[in-house]
Ligand binder design. Structure first.
Ligand code: GAL
Length: 947
């Protein structure tokens, strides 16, 4: 789709005039965000923006926001990109909630406290595979095309912006906060309306937002920048989204099927902005997110990210996603995702670090440490490899002369390992250095760089980080295991070289100290004298480099090798204190020489001083944890609504004859659930009619979104189920909406009708969320949910409809649908279930309709630990039933053979009481009689670290 659009837009682009060049902002005011051709500047100081995307709404546990953001920071990210979901904050027109798990002040404060800048992305439309793309479902019932300036929608989106903008404004950089960019709309490239795009920006400015406004372009079109640069809607810094690996997680060997992933330079007066660069994938084919993590794994990251960095000189980078999270409640859009939004990201849904995180850290610390990269121009005089299989691309900083050379295969898909000698005319001289590149790998090599107090002439190892610590420089360089390395440093006179570990040879001639070695384990070289302060060079493999952390302190930074994660560090007197996650292993700290003692997480760690001048100790394994078995289930069937005598008099009468939806109903009244204020999950309908007795079939049509269904009863007799209609996803606006999207025809059984009397048709529709509005055509987004057509013979039917009973004040409007049990609070921990009979969901036969199961369990996880807990459904579920899973009242997932591949569900701490009593409730809807329901269920731990 994305690709298709690029192709469609290409001819259009050729007609565009050359980009306009506007003046650059070079002033150096205090607390101001400016930019020029090369980079963003904060108070005149250049920064390479390194952001990762995080959806707070997919992690409804504010204490865990800090955990994730600290993990971002520790990987070298200096920013977080935040979509703000309108739908998450507004259950009804005029009703907004910014408290509890929706507290944006807290979120933005947490980002600031973690040391991250913020790209604020309030939409109003965000996509992100959220229900309605972030547009609240009530917007489906207001007139005016969504994502346009048409009246109706205009009042609606202004309502949101006028609430969220002041929050963003007060956390701006200029006011001491972290927000440095404001992103307007999302991939707004087709069916556009410049007045709307301009109004979003005008309202931001009116709210006092003074940071640069950006937008993310889906399709390399340069929208809102070139033709439109001076016209309404143009933004200051347009950026481009790139997803070169596609979303084919079932084929993780893919290599850039959606292009080379080189972020275009859109204008000369702005930096190159990779507004969303692929860092994971939605699991379209249901392969599971581990495969998405393979598709977008370290090899992809090395090749594509480094290419982007050096070929296009992008200095504004935002990776989508850094952490994906969970589509809990009815947050997700139905077509592309299921409960988990793990995304195959570097940090898993259970907040665990993966090899992708290691690669982010290697690249992230490099960008953080090597300042000249923030201002580079292409360098024509690049070192040419003497093997045509390999090629180079180079950039140089015009102020310092520092060169950055990308070495990779000429054929980007090559899988062979090739070697070459680079003949390198570097700023400090001409060097012949060996390189070896594995297929689909890429290295960024640096020459002519003032590395702290040293002069790095050239190196074929990559720089991970370096820091001045206690009167010397400590540098971590790395390369692929087994590959040759050569590092040349400049000295006034021959320095003293002490190889502390590993095999490294050195020669000195003409001011050049040359070290030659093979990347193997972790070599350590101490260089002293030669007219410079001492240097400790740590030369490792990729894996060894990944073990390093860098943490700022009030004084000099410290480097740490080992532990699972270093969150922060301080040095006072003779003691280094680390806030770190630890398991069993070594911990080695490179700190100023006065430091003799180490405390990790409040506990002393015995250390010895190494020949490298570091402190070396060992952390113990945390004691294993035991999680309780899930026993003592009780069960209770519900579905009273199916019975003819059920009192529906307080339900909403569904009697409208018109709708603002562009999808017009085939039968009246209009039965669209949204039109009656019921927006998600299960929706009940009861239709009363006077039968003649001659009716032979019940003919219905319902739209649910992918994987939804509906169940039908007539006078209490179950007639069966049908699949609900899905989004007609041709992407082609000329194709009219499918008039018959989710048909169900049910024969009327003999003896069920009561001629001349009131007959009751009861229908339970499981809706699955709202379509997004990716192409801003309104048709997908405003596709109704619920019944869209109904007839029983020709008799008029008087309908009533019921969805969620109200808005949960803590969990919000997306937590519940309209099941009887939900309306009666059966999902809540407080519900008294003592009178329910014992019933094991995995061993109790199901009848059509809804059956609930509840159990409770007590956890006693130790303090000072991070033990992410999950719920696993063992065994293969049988088709025909689906379960909503509630943890302490929170709808944390949907499980079933018909609902996607997911069998494990994270139970985030906060919702989960780690030390206390927890309640699990399952609402199981069966389409047909089944010998047993879902399960058996068990708790499991994803990990176990001390904190
Ligand atoms: C982008 C979009 C994001 C998300 C992503 C796919 O194009 O801007 O919101 O939908 O695709 O996960």
């Amino acid at each position: 789709m994305r690709r298709l659009l690029t192709v469609l837009l290409a001819p259009l682009l050729a007609l565009l005039p050359a980009p306009l060049v506007t003046g650059t902002a070079q002033a150096r005011p205090q607390r101001q965000v400016t930019y020029d051709h090369w980079s963003l500047m904060l108070d005149g100081r250049r920064v390479v923006l390194q952001a990762a995307e995080f959806h707070y709404f997919r992690l409804p546990s504010p204490p865990l926001w800090r955990d994730v953001l600290e993990k971002f920071k520790a990987a070298g990210f200096n920013a977080v990109s935040l979509y703000f979901s309108w739908a998450y904050h507004s259950p009804r027109q005029g009703v907004y909630d910014f408290t509890g798990v929706r507290d944006l002040d807290l979120l933005l404060r947490t980002a600031a406290e973690t040391g991250l800048y913020v790209i604020a992305r309030p939409g109003p439309y965000i996509n992100a595979e959220t229900s309605g793309g972030g547009l609240p479902a009530w917007v489906k019932t207001v007139p005016g095309r969504a994502r346009s300036s048409e009246p109706g929608f205009r009042e609606a989106y202004r309502e949101w912006l006028d609430r969220v903008n002041p929050i963003i404004a007060r956390h701006q950089y200029g006011r001491g906060g972290p927000v440095i960019l404001y992103n307007a709309e999302n991939e707004y490239q087709v069916n556009t309306d410049a007045a709307y795009m301009q109004d979003i920006q005008d309202r931001a400015r009116a709210a006092g937002i003074d940071v640069p406004i950006t937008t993310n372009d889906c399709c390399d079109a340069g929208s809102w920048s070139s033709t439109w640069a001076t016209g309404p809607g143009a933004v200051q810094i347009p950026g481009v989204d790139d997803y070169p690996q596609s979303f084919a997680c079932d084929n993780p060997e893919e290599w850039g099927p959606w292009g080379e992933g080189l972020t275009e330079r859109l204008r000369e007066d702005i930096p190159v902005f990779a507004a969303e660069y692929q860092a994971g994938a939605i699991d379209l084919g249901g392969a599971g997110y581990d495969r998405c993590r393979e598709l977008t794994g370290p090899a992809y990251m090395k090749f594509f990210y480094k290419n982007n960095l050096i070929q296009t000189g992008a200095t504004m980078l935002s990776y989508y996603m850094g952490f994906g999270g969970t589509n809990w409640g009815w947050l997700g859009q139905p077509n592309d995702v299921y409960t988990s939004y793990d995304y195959g990201a570097a940090i898993t849904e259970a907040r665990r670090l993966t090899p992708k995180y290691d690669e982010f850290k290697r690249q992230g610390l490099f960008l953080e440490s090597v300042a000249p990269l923030a201002r580079t121009d292409p360098l024509a005089a690049r070192p040419v490899p003497d093997n045509a299989a390999l090629t180079t691309v180079a950039r140089a900083n015009p102020d310092t002369g520092t060169q950055f050379v990308l070495v990779r295969h000429a054929d980007r898909a090559a899988t062979s390992t090739d070697t070459a000698t680079l003949d390198w005319a570097a700023p400090d001289g001409r060097y012949q250095v060996p390189v070896r590149v594995a297929g689909r790998d890429a290295h960024v090599l640096v020459a002519g760089y003032d590395l702290g107090g040293q002069r790095l002439a050239v190196s074929t190892s990559e720089i991970m980080t370096h820091a001045a610590i206690g009167g010397r420089d400590v540098a971590v360089l790395y390369g692929t295991a087994g590959s040759p390395g050569a590092t040349v440093l400049r000295y006034d006179s021959a320095p003293r070289v002490t190889v502390l570990a590993g095999r490294v040879t050195s020669t000195y001639a003409g001011g050049d100290l040359r070290l030659d070695y093979t990347h193997d384990g972790l070599a350590r070289v101490l260089v002293t004298g030669g007219g410079r302060r001492p240097l400790l060079l740590l030369l490792g493999t990729d894996e060894e480099a990944a073990a390093f952390w860098r943490a700022g302190t009030a004084g000099q930074p410290v480097l740490v090798r080992g532990t699972e994660l270093v969150r922060s560090a301080s040095v006072t007197g003779d003691t280094v204190r680390l806030t770190a996650d630890t398991a069993a292993g070594e911990v080695e700290v490179f700190a100023p020489p006065q430091a003799r003692r180490l405390r990790v997480g409040g506990a002393d760690v015995a250390v010895t001083r190494t020949a490298s001048g570091s402190l070396l100790g060992v952390t113990r394994a945390p004691a294993p944890v035991r999680l309780p078995a899930l026993t003592g289930w009780r069960g209770r069937a519900e579905t009273p609504e199916a019975q003819p005598g059920f009192d529906d008099s307080r339900w909403t009468a569904a009697d409208r004859t018109t709708t603002v939806s562009p999808h017009k109903p085939r039968t009246l009244p209009v039965l669209y659930a949204d039109d009656y204020g019921f927006h998600q999950g299960d929706i009940w309908y009861r239709g009363h009619f006077t039968a003649t007795g001659a009716e032979t079939s019940v003919d219905l049509n319902a739209v649910t979104g992918l994987r939804g269904d509906y169940l039908v009863w007539l006078n209490g007799r179950y007639l069966g189920a049908a699949a609900g209609g899905v989004q007609a996803d041709s992407g082609d606006q000329a194709t009219p909406p499918n008039p018959d999207p989710g048909p169900g025809h049910f024969a009327v059984p003999a003896g069920v009708l009561r001629p001349g009397a009131d007959n009751v048709l009861a229908v339970l529709v499981a809706t699955m969320g709202h379509n997004d509005d990716w192409i801003a055509d309104d048709l997908r987004f405003k596709q109704p949910r619920g019944l869209v057509a109904a007839s029983v013979g020709g008799a008029p039917i008087r309908w009533r409809v019921q969805g969620a009973a109200g808005v949960d004040p803590v969990r919000g409007g997306l937590n519940n649908g309209g099941l009887y049990g939900e309306r009666s609070g059966w999902h809540l921990p407080s519900h008294p279930d003592r009178s329910w009979p014992a019933a094991d969901p995995a061993a109790t036969p199901l009848t059509p309709g809804v059956t609930w199961y509840r159990t409770s369990f007590r956890l006693g996880l130790p303090e000072g630990r991070d033990v992410p807990v999950g719920l696993r459904a063992a065994g293969e579920p049988s088709p025909g039933h689906r379960a909503l899973i509630f943890l302490n009242g929170w709808n944390i997932g949907r499980y079933g053979a018909d609902l996607g591949p997911q069998r494990e569900f994270t139970l985030p701490a906060g919702l989960l009481k780690e030390r206390g009593e927890n309640t699990l409730a399952l609402a199981v809807t069966a389409e047909r009689p089944l010998p047993a329901g879902p399960g058996p269920f068990e708790l499991f731990a994803y990990g176990n670290v001390r904190r």
